[in-house]
Design a protein around this ligand. Structure first.
Ligand code: SF4
Length: 82
């Protein structure tokens, strides 16, 4: 993702005024669901998820997916391409 695009994404991010702890310290189902609810109403969710999958981001909730869920997504993408 070009750097300029990343800046635009974060300017539009639903989480821009939230604590990062919501996305990086969520461990209970309730906290994870709270973070995911923020992502679900985020207009740059697809860009955020693509960035997290491409870089790849190994921690935190990005684009409404936990790190474990992104592992499954990446595996599915790899299998679809073989
Ligand atoms: S999808 Fe979630 S983590 Fe990503 S920018 Fe939007 S609110 Fe933040």
């Amino acid at each position: 993702m070009p750097h300029g695009h990343l800046r635009v994404v974060f300017e539009l991010a639903e989480c821009r005024e939230e604590s990062v702890d919501i996305f990086f310290s969520a461990t209970t189902d309730r906290d994870i669901e709270y973070a995911k609810r923020i992502c679900r109403r985020c207009e740059v969710r697809a860009d955020c998820l693509a960035y997290a999958l491409e870089t790849p981001q190994l921690y935190g909730i990005w684009g409404g997916f936990t790190a474990d869920e992104r592992v499954v997504l990446r595996r599915g993408m790899r299998e679809a391409l073989t």
